[in-house]
Design a protein around this ligand. Sequence first.
Ligand code: S3P
Length: 439
Amino acid sequence: MFSRGGILDLLKLRTNIASLKGSIDIPGDKSISHRSIMLGAIAQGKTIVDNFLLGDDCLSTISCFEKLGVKITQDHNHVEIEGAGFGGLREPAEVLDTGNSGTTTRLMVGLLSGVPIHTCMIGDESIAKRPMKRVTEPLRQMGAKIDGREDGNFTPLAIRGGSLEGIDYISPVASAQVKSSILLAGLNATGITSVTEPHKSRDHTERMLRAFGCEVEEDGLTVKLKGGQKLTGTNIEVPGDISSAAFFLVAGAIVPNSRITLKNVGMNPTRTGIIDVLVKMGARLEIKNERIKNNEPIADLTIQTSELTGIEIGGDIIPRLIDEIPVIALLASQAKGKTVIKDAAELKVKETNRIDTVVGELSKLGAVIEPTDDGMIIYGDKKQLTGGEVHSHGDHRIGMMLAVAACIANDEVSLSDSESISVSYPSFFEHLNGLIVEN
Ligand code: S3P
């Protein structure tokens, strides 16, 4: 159905889709899967994880902890971790390879800063360009000994773990990776560690720390914890990733005659900006079967083809939908009128500079979209997307957004570097394929 072309991984995508119908069990949440391994590794006793995301990023996290001597067994998406506390982590003879994963890299620097071992961390080409000072600087304020390229701003990083002191950190960015890195270091620091953010970022670390028996306090935009707390292994069922569901929410809204149900989607309020945007743009979306599992809300979502109107997206909502902006840009290209996305300069330091890659690639398919300093403006008036040769730039979310865009293109679309999609959604094409109603 999706055929591989001859030249350099050029994937011919399905275009001109008449209708998408059916239901999907959304794979496990990437952020929660990472944290389940990390907290499981530093807890005492066994942690059992179900619906773990088998994406490349989360597998990088598993491989790093295995190199640190943690016993992890895996049977498909069921994972068991034998936690032996921070004290169970062993100095690895090898470099820890975090692949394409910013979450693995940034959270592990914090987690390892207070463990008395030496570690080296390296990732892929994209990781080598992503700023690490946002974590290494506050961690150094806590006493961490970290070095890396450009004074610790870029990988490879070397960490000489040692004693840390709690700090009250005022973060200039709303970033769950920064917040989590400092909190994980804080577990090993003397006294209290607090992080205050300009806007609230995703709070999976706080919720999961509590599930492992830790006390974490929240006061507005400040999160704090006391060092020296012990974690106890637990059972975790990972909810479906709303960031993965987003591709099908948009597909269902923009492909004609469509109705898609997405099951077990994580509905943590720090992640549901995409739902707010869809509703505000006029999408026909139903939320059913809302429930709570392991401190995380989940629900089933049904989306149908919708008449959409452009809106302005900025401020507090940005951290709640930061990963969904590529696919929101596509959604906006099919709305009546203009959509402005602002306050989203963080897009420039994701797996790619997503202002450039979204604008560049969607323009190739005929969308009318222009970059701004902190976002983009999308003009929905010329709705028909055309064919073209597009590139994921090695960014999973750009690749998936382009595959959804192709569904409504009226001519051939080929995608290069489609393998990157396996970073967060290895079964993406299988799921998309299963929804296509053949004429
Ligand atoms: C993540 C936090 C976000 C997000 C990333 C996953 C996490 O990054 O974009 O995909 O799991 O903590 P920032 O913390 O850089 O905003």
